[in-house]
Design a protein around this ligand. Structure first.
Ligand code: FAD
Length: 495
């Protein structure tokens, strides 16, 4: 019997995960990727002998990644050399205080809390205990699809509900454990991983900082883009095909059913099942035909809430800086900075800045004595009235001043050999990210679980979704889960 054929639009982490599991399960998998490299937002950026990650730099829940390799008949350790980064990161407050949260050394962690935020050490232990209960109940709910209302009344979700704290904000939740505002920020800035404000993000997401504190943060040698490369290798070893520099122009549908894709070349590739990994909102405007859509027509998609965007600088420099692998420099008025990013949608004159100095851990990314510096600044998405062509050079100066004065990148301007900048407009225009919202649809309660676009796409038969725009949401482990959930629906049906 001929193998069932699955076509996947996009070789981002979601598409690659579904592709590697399905190719192992005997499906004839073909992936079409518009770029000339795999990985999407998790692809490498090459500048001569320097390699940067485009997007993700924090790998959490390494066990989820390992499980995806196992489901594909492989062992992650045969493809990837993954090292722990501990202390996890350096948090630098505007007044000069520095905090080095550690997953491995709990005594040191409590000592630091007691020194910097006296009287709060015991709150940390309560945080770990209580948020673990939330984690234990929530995680099983994120591993299954929510494609109808019955799933909202599942036993797992009913048991989880009293622990979810979805009705209060992440920041308010941290008030249960800590009385110091700066310490609360150290456990809530993770809302930015979802592109949200801690004052708005549901407290259910406190599990993100718990995951860091209990499971640590990891770095694969070669950068996080090495994961995408490894997944692509597995797909090809399992008999799947990946076509790079091949753009899908449109879903090929007949009578409301996806039968494959039209390529920009004019060719039609027929398939039994079609998976969309391209950014969901981008796909609804550019890949699906409006006449095939029922629930997710472009006008409704536009009306949804979106995450923030990011302003990026990738600097190839002629020296190695003695700063940690990950640093976050908080704005002087962090709450105002976050409100500017998420509510008033203006460019902050006092931004928070994240710096990755990956060569500290990984000498494969740059020639000896040189290094790669990756700088990320959360900024409003492109629905804001910001003229990036006019602002980008001025904003670059603000950011470089900040990393020089507060981040430890002394005289950085004198050491830049080459650089690349990505603005929200670039995310939108060059990376096909709708509204330049780098972390997809926002993760407010009204856009989660059954309310998020379903893994089995509800509008078009035989069409499925993976990636940050579907359930469970943005962030690598959840995106890997989206790939697994969708692969399971295809091979085992809805459970
Ligand atoms: C700056 C930044 C930092 C981040 N940091 C982290 C982090 O530290 N940790 C973490 O866990 N997550 C992080 N994330 C979030 C998330 O993990 C990544 O964005 C992830 O790459 C998203 O995966 P995806 O599968 O949803 O889609 P994408 O990576 O966007 O992949 C979609 C693919 O579809 C392709 N495509 C689009 N249209 C077409 C078409 N018409 N034809 C063919 N192909 C098409 C695109 O080129 C792309 O390759 C970060 C994201 C960004 C942007």
């Amino acid at each position: 019997m001929a193998k069932e054929k699955v076509v996947i639009i996009g070789a981002g982490p979601g598409g690659l995960t579904a592709g590697m599991i399905l190719s192992h399960r005997g499906y004839d998998v073909e992936i079409f990727e518009t770029k000339d490299t795999v990985g999407g937002r998790n692809a490498p950026i090459k500048m001569g002998d320097f390699t940067f990650d485009t997007g993700p730099t924090f790998l959490m829940m390494k066990d989820v990644l390992e499980e995806m390799f196992e489901l594909s008949g492989k062992k992650a350790e045969d493809y990837l050399d993954i090292r722990e980064v501990d202390p996890m990161y350096r948090l630098r407050y505007a007044d000069g205080r520095e905090f080095f949260p550690s997953h491995k050394n709990r005594d040191w962690m409590i000592d630091q809390i007691e020194t910097l935020f006296p009287g709060n050490g015991v709150g940390y232990l309560i945080f770990l205990k209580r948020e673990q209960e939330k984690y234990d109940r929530l995680i099983p709910c994120l591993k299954v699809p929510y494609d109808n209302w019955t799933k909202m009344f599942s036993k797992n979700l009913r048991h989880a509900l009293p622990y979810l704290d979805a009705h209060i904000s992440l920041y308010r939740n941290l008030g249960r454990y800590f009385d110091d505002d700066d310490l609360k920020i150290a456990f809530t800035f993770q809302a930015k991983y979802l592109g949200m404000s801690p004052w708005e993000c549901p407290a259910s997401f406190a599990i993100i900082s718990l995951i860091e504190h209990n499971g640590g943060i990891w770095h694969p040698i070669g950068g996080l883009n090495a994961i995408s490369k490894a997944m692509a290798k597995v797909i090809e070893e399992n008999g799947g095909k990946i076509h790079l520099s091949t753009t899908v122009k449109e879903l090929f549908t007949e009578n409301g059913k996806a039968n494959g894709v039209w390529l920009e070349s004019g060719d039609i590739v027929q398939a039994d099942r079609t998976i969309i990994n391209a950014d969901f909102a981008h796909a609804m405007h550019n890949i699906a035909r409006e006449k095939d859509l029922k629930n997710w027509k472009p006008a409704k998609v536009r009306s949804k809430r979106y995450s923030c965007s990011t302003f990026m600088l990738y600097l190839a420099v002629d020296k190695l800086y003695d700063i940690p692998h990950h640093t976050i420099c908080f704005a002087e008025d962090y709450k105002k900075n976050v409100a500017e990013m998420a509510e008033s949608m203006v460019l902050s004159e006092d931004p928070s800045v994240y710096i990755q100095n990956a060569c500290r851990t990984d000498n494969t990314l740059a020639p000896e004595g040189k290094s790669t510096i990756y700088i990320l600044v959360p900024v409003p998405n492109t629905t804001a009235d910001i003229d990036w062509d006019a602002e980008k050079d001025r904003f670059r100066e603000i950011v470089l001043d900040r990393v020089e004065k507060r981040g430890g990148l002394t005289d950085i301007r004198d050491h830049i050999i080459e650089e690349k900048m990505i603005t929200p407009d670039d995310w939108r225009d060059e990376h096909n990210v709708f509204n330049g919202a780098t972390f997809n649809l926002a993760h407010n309660v009204a856009q989660m679980l059954v309310f998020r676009p379903h893994n089995r796409f509800e509008d078009i038969d035989n069409c499925y979704l993976v990636g940050g725009g579907t359930h469970p949401g943005s962030g690598l482990p959840t995106i890997y889960e989206s790939g697994r959930i969708t692969a399971d629906i295809i091979s085992h049906g809805d459970k």
